[in-house]
Design a protein around this ligand. Structure first.
Ligand SMILES: Nc1ncnc2c1ncn2[C@@H]1O[C@H](COP(=O)(O)OP(=O)(O)OP(=O)(O)O)[C@@H](O)[C@H]1O
Length: 335
């Protein structure tokens, strides 16, 4: 697959703050890649360097196979959407969407055609004559997406675009952005610090920590095969258990859905006794917290079973998991 974007050993410091350690990244054409990581991990810096809004100290940026490190932002063929999407308040929705095309001096009829099509794509065909303040937050966000996509950039960078929206709207917009991604076929780089959002939306996740890439992989690889304690803990809940063969320099991790409360006579590769401290019925699943003799707590998430043996808080349960569901993690410095 053709590489659309490439960062080659890019670094950035702000005074004494090292925002980005030497970082290399290849993004294939048409991919939806999410930059996920805690606050200050360098996500926005990486995006700004790709957009040309921030100059890197060292390294190179390649776009479409062309060396673009010093290319001006408007010559990079990249669309940008940020959290404060700032539509022009005095222009109608249609005028807002037409703006990038007016700047590029496209013929009037062509502008009209493209604006109408974009309004269809974002499913807002009726609101072209309204002002932005007459729209809901989610609708405004869709208009921002339309304005960014109307000149058909083949790369779209989004920095926390749903950060200002409430949960319900976020969910709707996630689906919407996925649909638009498919429809437009653009390469999308999406910044979020919300791991569920990253899981739901991405072809691959670039997990960032402390100005560098901690792990790059599909949502499933990052979740089931994290390569560090940081990755294991940042995405989902990590239960740390004693490794079968004790290696002082490693930790063993099991996800909650792979720890079972064993029924009478049921077997597993590893079985431990624990006191049940809490059980929460979440509908399809139930979440159990159980305390080991060492004082450590394990979390198990199992299918709810209406006909199962009732569990009582304070009772001793047998917890079991299989070797194939454990992940050995190297300890990082300081852990
Ligand atoms: N203009 C700036 N001047 C000084 N320091 C900066 C500047 N921009 C970013 N930094 C610092 O660089 C580091 C990386 O910041 P960056 O904004 O890339 O992180 P982020 O992962 O996007 O964080 P957030 O999720 O909070 O937006 C942080 O320590 C930040 O304080």
């Amino acid at each position: 697959m053709k590489t659309k974007l490439r960062l080659d050993q890019v670094t950035k410091s702000y005074g004494s703050v090292r925002a980005l350690r030497p970082t290399s990244l290849d993004v294939p054409e048409g991919e939806f890649l999410t930059l996920l990581g805690p606050s200050g991990s360098g996500k926005s810096t990486l995006l700004q360097i790709l957009a040309g809004l921030t100059a890197c100290d060292q390294g190179d940026v390649w776009i479409d196979g062309r060396l673009s490190t010093n290319t001006a932002p408007h010559d990079r063929g990249i669309g940008l959407i940020f959290q404060n999407y700032a539509l022009f308040p005095h222009l109608t929705v249609a005028q807002n969407i037409a703006f990038p095309l007016e700047m590029r001096r496209l013929p009037r009829a062509e502008i009209k055609r493209r604006v109408a099509r974009m309004l269809e794509v974002v499913q807002l065909p009726q609101v072209g004559d309204r002002l932005p303040r007459e729209l809901s937050g989610g609708q405004q966000q869709r208009v921002a997406f339309a304005r960014c996509s109307v000149y058909e950039p083949s790369i779209i960078l989004m920095d926390e675009p749903l950060g200002a929206l409430d949960k319900r709207l976020r969910d709707d917009m996630q689906t919407e952005i996925r649909r638009l991604h498919k429809e437009l076929g653009a390469t999308i780089l999406y910044v979020t610090h919300d791991q569920e959002e990253a899981m739901a939306m991405s072809d691959r996740i670039c997990l960032m920590n402390d100005g560098g890439i901690a792990q790059l992989g599909t949502p499933s690889e990052i979740y089931f095969r994290p390569r560090s304690v940081f990755a294991a803990e940042f995405v989902g809940h990590a239960n740390f258990v004693a490794p079968v063969s004790e290696t002082p320099s490693s930790k063993c991790m099991v996800r909650p859905e792979n720890i079972r409360i064993l029924k009478e006579g049921e077997k597993a590769d590893t079985v431990v006794n624990a006191i049940l401290e809490d059980t929460i019925m979440l509908g399809a699943f139930s979440r159990h917290v159980a305390r080991l003799g060492t004082g450590e707590r394990l979390i198990a998430v199992n299918w709810s079973d209406e006909n199962g043996v009732p569990l009582h808080l304070g009772e001793t349960v047998r917890l079991g998991w299989d070797a194939c569901n454990t992940v050995m993690l190297a300890m990082e410095a300081g852990q």
